[in-house]
Design a protein around this ligand. Structure first.
Ligand code: AMP
Length: 218
């Protein structure tokens, strides 16, 4: 399956994408994860992206499109992929359509995980991630047994730089103005499925997999 996950920052796209890759054995491509890794490694790409990310703005399309095209060309994407955090605006969506139509493999589903605005703030300000294994927690809803430490491996939990309150407001604003219009963009192509993103992680997962299975599953 070739799937795009839509939804505001904090809607749970990444969490669901990680579960979906296990079930469907296709890779998750998170532009945010790739960019964060480049920042951590101090690569030229990371240096270019960091300022935009710290301000909660979108990294320029040219930068992101280059890395997505490169990633989609890798062999593990042949059987499909789950794009998480990309596209973020209609220019990126149109560019993606172009890349996929060149290889005759259009997108099959755009899954929008919908969460009310008020809930997103708490989810994002409370989010903590394990430095070692990437396991995510939330100090409000899903706190680790021991404050600041991962339940799985005891490593330190950290807060993403862009999960600070001021940056979060900006990211949500950017989502509303630039990314939310993609629901209509893909709606026009008949491939949007809207999923209620509140409730248990497994209920949301079941709702998503029901849509994927209906659409053909592979
Ligand atoms: P995310 O982890 O998806 O919330 O992304 C974190 C940050 O990375 C965003 O706030 C942007 O600065 C940048 N970013 C991630 N994906 C994209 C994209 N598709 N286009 C532009 N910037 C992006």
């Amino acid at each position: 399956m070739r799937i795009v996950m839509l939804g505001a920052p904090g809607a749970g796209k990444g969490t669901q994408a990680k579960k979906l890759i296990e079930k469907y054995k296709i890779p998750q491509i998170s532009t945010g994860d790739i960019l964060r890794q480049s920042v951590a490694e101090g690569t030229p790409l990371g240096k270019e992206a960091k300022g935009f990310m710290d301000r909660g703005e979108l990294v320029p399309d040219k930068v992101v499109l280059g890395l997505v095209e490169e990633r989609l060309g890798q062999p593990d994407c042949k059987a499909g992929f789950i794009l998480d955090g990309f596209p973020r605006n209609t220019a990126q969506a149109a560019a993606l359509d172009g890349m996929l139509s060149k290889i005759g493999k259009p997108l099959q589903l755009a899954i929008s995980v919908d969460v009310p605005f008020e809930d997103l703030m708490k989810r994002l300000t409370g989010r903590r991630t394990c430095r070692t294994c990437g396991q995510m927690y939330n100090v409000y809803f899903n706190a680790p047994a021991k404050e600041g430490k991962c339940d799985k491996d005891g490593a330190e939990l950290y807060q993403r730089d862009d999960d600070k309150e001021e940056t979060i407001r900006k990211r949500l604003q950017v989502y509303e103005s630039q990314t939310a219009p993609l629901i209509e963009y893909y709606g026009g192509k008949g491939i949007v499925r809207r999923i209620k993103g509140t409730g248990s992680i497994s209920d949301i997962f079941n709702a998503i997999t029901a849509e994927i299975d209906k659409a053909g599953g592979k």
